[in-house]
Design a protein around this ligand. Structure first.
Ligand code: NDP
Length: 365
């Protein structure tokens, strides 16, 4: 049984998917979100934990709960379509949870691309939407190529700078594959997302050198507390300077800010505020492409399968046991966790129960 990350069972508690879903959904319902919408948010967070993306699973529950309590997230949003054509739409999220606005936009993109071959749906006035892959996968499961991006609050110091400026701005692309789970690339445009540093903070571990710098003197720093304070900044994908392509990660981060921020009328980079702030104005970008509009869909899916096989079967480096393609580790981890439970770090387990107790929701059993 495969799991993407190595679990120290002493540090973790395994919870079934259904029990975790129950408590997360009940917490959001207790906070005033409708049953249907609370199910979407719970599904999106647990999707991350099932796939081994613990940075963006229920360890982020407190961030959303605090955002709702502070009034930064609107639990009764009136999400409206501001502009629309057969191939595009722009939604105003009315400060909804990003997952709720994101889910609605994804469904719209799917319907439009099915009808018209291609669709772009943008969202402004939203909030943190979790993993970008959740939405890209939904599109891929409908036999569409799905692309999803979002702005996020400033944590990344771009090439040559020494301040938190861009977000960790993720990009995801899901692609249907004949007879297999979709190809699913889902990544921060920084070396790591901040959630991985938050997990190191919970585990009281240092992070590898190369992830972050001090905003005071520009030196590499490895203490998660310092990195997550205003004295630290994460580096763009490719790291410090240009030697390993930091300027390209920087460029990808800017691309996400332009498409999911400026284009859709949301804000960008250093202007994006956190979940507790009113009008954080996070923006999202969703694009669905119907391969059937460009040719034979079966041929497309078969060729992606062929390409994937060629990638897996290429000559292997002696240091690696296996060549992976994007999404595979996540799907295998999900398979394992549906059988033996989702590992939740003890600090997260306690935090969830504390939130539940405060809201009169039954603790995790
Ligand atoms: P990872 O570095 O864990 O993984 C990036 C991608 O690489 C995944 O598609 C993963 O697929 C794949 N992968 C992993 N190992 C290999 C390999 N050896 N060969 C080929 N592919 C591989 O992702 P990040 O830490 O950068 O991002 C984690 C999450 O954080 C994402 O879900 C992202 O959307 C989210 N995020 C959200 C933000 C927000 O503001 N909402 C901001 C930044 C990030 P697999 O699933 O199989 O492991």
């Amino acid at each position: 049984m495969f799991e993407k990350i190595k679990i120290d069972e002493k540090e973790y508690v395994r919870i079934t998917r259904d029990e975790l879903f129950r408590i997360v959904k009940e917490i959001f319902v207790a906070l005033g979100i409708t049953e249907n919408e609370a199910s979407i948010v719970a599904d999106s967070l647990i999707y991350a934990d099932l796939r081994g993306i613990e940075s963006h699973g229920v360890q982020r529950l407190k961030m959303y709960v605090d955002g709702i309590k502070a009034g930064g997230i609107n639990t009764e949003p009136n999400i409206i379509t501001v502009r629309e054509s057969p191939v595009y739409a722009l939604l105003d999220g009315d400060q909804a949870m990003g997952q709720i606005a994101g889910y609605r936009a994804t469904k719209m993109a799917i319907n439009k691309a099915r009808e018209n071959g291609i669709a772009v749906v943008g969202v402004k006035n939203s909030n943190h939407y979790g993993t970008a892959g959740y939405y890209a996968l939904k599109m891929a499961e409908e036999d569409l190529i799905g692309i999803s991006m979002t702005t996020s609050s400033p944590l990344v110091s771009h090439t040559g700078a020494m301040e938190r400026f861009i977000g960790t701005n993720p990009i995801a692309m899901g692609v249907p594959v004949e007879g297999e789970k979709p190809f699913l690339l889902d990544m921060a445009t920084s070396v790591v997302p901040s959630g991985k540093i938050e997990m190191a903070q919970r585990k009281k571990e240092r992070v590898p050198e190369g992830w972050a710098i001090s905003t005071v003197n520009g030196k590499m720093i490895t203490d998660p507390n310092e990195i997550l304070s205003p004295k630290g900044a994460i580096l763009p994908l490719g790291g410090l300077g240009e030697i390993f392509g930091g300027h390209k990660g920087y460029g990808l981060g800017v691309m996400v800010d332009i498409l999911s921020g400026i284009l859709v009328g949301a804000t960008w980079s250093k202007h994006v505020a956190g979940a507790k702030e009113k009008n954080s104005n996070v923006g999202h970008f969703f694009m669905a492409i119907n391969p059937a509009a460009f040719g034979d869909i079966e041929e497309f899916k078969n060729n992606v399968k062929k390409m994937r096989e060629e990638l897996r079967n290429s000559r292997k480096h002696p240091k690696f046991e296996r060549i992976w393609t994007h999404g595979e580790k996540g799907f295998l981890t999900e398979e394992t966790r549906l059988k033996i439970g989702i590992p939740i770090h003890r600090t997260v387990y306690e935090e969830i129960n504390q939130i539940a107790n405060e809201l009169g929701v039954k603790s995790l059993s």
